[in-house]
Write a protein that binds this ligand. Structure first.
Ligand code: TXA
Ligand code: MG
Length: 318
């Protein structure tokens, strides 16, 4: 592995963006803010740069990565965007929606990005800094969340540095992420399929398509790679749907309850999603006492929140 002495924290100004773009073009890893979480970016056309992502994250396997582009025209350079996918792109980009599309024949893309699949996951983030950076880089940028494998996704530059300082060239500091959970992923089988619930409510996708989303077949290893059970785990044990508190437990609340930390005292799922990883980071930093979590409704962003919490609560695979 490449030893690095320190990670630069770049300001969200013209010089910072120019430096971040130059580092990306030189094959270095740069973390940058999106509206969902901070991404760990690398030039998606450069095999070594993409491999460094897995090295820096300590990922146990090569999962396919999401490629970030500044607009739909640049997406069309590398992928086939047609039919239902084009309608969703028109309705929701820029925004927290990732589409899994056939790779355009002849596209310059490292196969590591797609883990050898004939499809590539693409999205256009709704974060002004990210879009200016993607334009300046002039390359498709592969970016998983900027956290060590199995740990909580980062929603602030400080979270990125806590996990990856010394392992990446720089982090572009754009403050806190507005959405706070990863993008919703839709694939086409050919029917539109919800591969990962996320920051765009599945109901909004279904309303645009005028049809319900299919769910991946159980045990489908192509659509589910990277969805390790303990992907979002803090060190402490987690108990979900808690309506009471056992001795020694801390409460991560939702709604009007007395809690150590509350995702949203008013029961607002958007606020809860924006707070989710932030609160898990704080509970992780505050100690090892087990965490009980209030029930969270399984609607809208609640689906993404519960998905992350179930992974965090699942038995650890080390
Ligand atoms: O919000 C987000 O999407 C964040 C920010 C940084 O943009 N990125 C992110 O990327 O979550 P990542 O690399 O962690 O997401 C990768 C997931 C894979 O685990 C898999 O579920 C899906 O995207 N995926 C990627 N390529 C795929 C493909 N060709 N077929 C099926 N699923 C794919
Ligand atoms: Mg992740």
């Amino acid at each position: 592995g490449t030893e690095r002495t320190g990670t630069a924290r770049l300001k969200a100004d013209a010089a910072g963006i120019a430096r971040a773009a130059a580092l990306l073009r030189a094959g270095e890893l740069v973390s940058f803010p999106t509206e969902t979480v901070y991404g760990l970016g690398a030039d998606a056309t450069d095999d070594v740069a993409v491999a460094r992502i897995f090295e820096a994250k300590g990922r146990p396997r090569f999962n396919p990565l999401i490629v970030h582009l500044p607009d739909a025209a640049r997406v069309r350079d590398i992928a086939m965007l047609e039919g239902d996918a084009a309608r969703l792109a028109e309705a929701f980009w820029p925004g927290p929606l990732t589409l899994v599309l056939p790779i355009r024949p002849g596209a310059r893309l490292s196969p590591l990005v797609s883990a050898g699949l004939p499809t590539v996951a693409v999205r256009v983030p709704d974060q002004p800094l990210a879009r200016v950076l993607l334009q300046a880089a002039g390359r498709p940028i592969a970016a998983p969340s900027a956290n060590p494998s199995g740990r909580i996704s980062p929603t602030e530059a400080d979270h990125v540095l806590a996990g990856l300082d010394g392992k990446i060239a720089a982090v572009l500091d754009g403050g806190a992420c507005a959405v706070g959970v990863e993008s919703t992923i839709v694939g086409f089988d050919p029917a539109a399929t919800l591969l990962r619930p996320g920051g765009l409510p599945a109901e909004a996708v279904e309303a645009c398509l005028g049809a319900p989303l299919a769910l991946p077949a159980p045990g489908d290893t192509v659509s589910a790679p990277g969805q390790l059970q303990s992907h979002y785990a803090p060190r402490a044990g987690l108990r979900l749907d808690a309506t009471d508190l056992s001795p020694g437990e801390r409460l991560l609340g939702f709604g009007p309850v007395e809690a150590d930390l509350n995702l949203s005292p008013s029961g607002d799922l958007v606020e809860a999603a924006a707070n989710l990883f932030h609160h898990l980071h704080r509970l992780d930093a505050d100690g090892d006492a087990p965490i009980a979590v209030s029930p969270i409704p399984e609607t809208g962003l609640g689906r993404a929140i519960n998905d992350r919490l179930r992974r965090a609560a699942a038995p650890r695979d080390g």
